[in-house]
Design a protein around this ligand. Structure first.
Ligand code: FAD
Ligand code: PHB
Length: 416
């Protein structure tokens, strides 16, 4: 039986403890703004969920400037380039040389989330895991409310604002009255089968492979763990794939003419993810602000999802800071417009990477030759390589770190 615990009050109620919710909570904390974070899963589930791996330069700089970059400086793998493989040959695109020293960092979303949960707990500000029956209401009033049940107790949190950081399947976006959001959506006729394997990465950098049998991606999580993906039909059942079949297909698609191939090892995790592009606009209704996957999804080929979540909450933190310091709603008013400009560029980039590298069912001979010409151009034109590089490492941020009270920081000098 549940007991009513009465009401509590906060400035910003945050639904969801994924990268968006946790980063926002910490940015607000650094600016002396109160928040309550409400998550419907348990802590282990949130940390163990295997998802993103690539952090843009700006996301790395942001985490460092927020004082939560210690783990990523110690265990993150800085990559200054990427390989595009087709016709059995790998072609390297040199990010650092093309972008004036920028790079990406491979650091699992699990680690990012673990570090941010530790930082949140250290602040002693509220973070509820395992919250049940989470609902948001009074969104267009000056005091929206988050209701949930936690360990048998009903909670009613009155907020100045609610940040909907609860991912694609959350409750915040569906709480916006029908007809107010415009939905832009594209589903792709394939998904990704992803594995984690106990095998030392056989390349220092990611390899995106275009192959007649379908796309494949070589990535990693640590010097001992390889992360690999295969294009499969969208409704593919993981049970259909034995470990032997997975390795056979990975090696067939990825082995290059010079003999490079991934190292084989014990598969410790495997799953299939569908692919979609999705945008809900505007990213605001009254005092509810959507951020991250709650507002938009990209196919993972451009490695943009978690990075977009970080850029959204940086803009939101700036807007909330401006509101509390000056009572100005100017930035809150333009939150959605500012975020969507970046979101649409990331959508375009992710769609382009996806259609460049995958086999599209039913494609014509013309489409196929056009795709190969695109790959040939990409790997031989400095302009084309620069275009990929500047988007992959991340376009410049919409707001300066100083506008949320942060100073850029150098990497932690004492790794280990
Ligand atoms: P989420 O991570 O989905 O977090 C939302 C949180 O809200 C979750 O913890 C969820 O449990 C919680 N929640 C849901 N409903 C409720 C509710 N009713 N009440 C309370 N809480 C709720 N992105 C990259 O940038 N780089 C990559 O390399 C990359 N690779 C990817 C590979 C794969 C296979 C996949 C699937 C995704 C990848 N992404 C990548 C995308 C990235 O994982 C997401 O974009 C990112 O998790 C978005 O963060 P978020 O905080 O917005 O949402
Ligand atoms: C990953 O390492 O999980 C990863 C890397 C690049 C992508 C997507 C996922 O584009």
């Amino acid at each position: 039986m549940s007991v009513v615990s009465g009401f509590s009050r906060t400035q910003v109620g945050i639904v969801g403890a994924g990268p968006a919710g946790l980063l926002l909570g910490h940015l607000l904390h650094l600016n002396g703004i109160d928040s309550v974070i409400v998550e419907n899963r348990d802590r282990e589930y949130v940390i163990d969920r295997v998802r993103a791996g690539v952090l843009e330069q700006g996301t790395v700089d942001l985490m460092r400037a927020m004082g939560v970059g210690g783990g990523l400086d110690r265990r993150g793998l800085r990559h200054e380039g990427v390989h595009i493989s087709f016709g059995g040959r790998r072609h390297r695109i040199d990010f650092a040389e093309l972008t004036g020293g920028k790079a990406i960092t491979v650091y699992g979303q699990n680690e990012v989330v673990r570090d941010l949960i530790d930082a949140r707990i250290e602040t002693t500000r509220p973070l509820y895991f395992n919250a049940q029956d989470v609902r948001v209401s009074a969104l267009d009033s000056p005091m929206p409310v988050i209701r949930f049940r936690h360990e048998g107790v009903e909670h009613d949190v009155q907020c100045d604002f609610i940040a909907g950081c609860d991912g694609f399947h959350g409750v915040c976006r569906p709480s916006i009255p029908e007809g107010l959001l415009t939905i832009y959506e594209r589903t792709y006729p394939f998904g990704w089968l992803g594995i984690l394997a106990e095998a030392a990465p056989s390349s220092d950098e990611l390899v995106y492979t275009h192959h007649d049998r379908g796309f494949a991606l070589f990535s990693m999580r640590s010097p001992a763990i390889t992360r690999l993906y295969l294009q499969v039909p969208p409704d593919e059942s993981i049970e259909r794939w034995s470990d032997e079949a997975i390795w056979e297909e990975m090696l067939t698609r990825m082995t290059t003419a010079d003999g490079w191939k991934p190292n084989v090892g014990r598969i410790v995790q495997k799953s299939v993810t569908p692919m979609r592009s999705f945008v809900a606009a505007p990213m605001r209704h009254g005092r509810l602000f959507l951020a991250g996957d709650a507002a938009h999804i990209v196919p993972p080929t451009g490695a943009k999802g978690m990075n977009l979540a970080a850029s959204d909450v940086l803009v939101l933190a700036h807007a909330l800071k401006a509101f509390y310091e000056t009572a100005s709603e100017e930035w809150l008013e333009c939150y959605s417009t500012v975020c969507l400009r970046r979101v649409w560029k990331a959508q375009r980039f992710s769609w382009w990477m996806t259609t460049l590298l995958h086999q599209l069912p039913g494609e014509s001979r013309f489409d196929r030759q056009r795709q190969l010409a695109d790959l040939d151009y990409l790997t031989n034109s400095r302009a084309a390589m620069l275009s990929l590089a500047e988007q992959y490492v991340g376009l410049p941020s919409e707001v300066l770190f100083t506008s949320v009270g942060l100073q850029p920081r150098l990497p932690d000098p004492s790794p280990g």
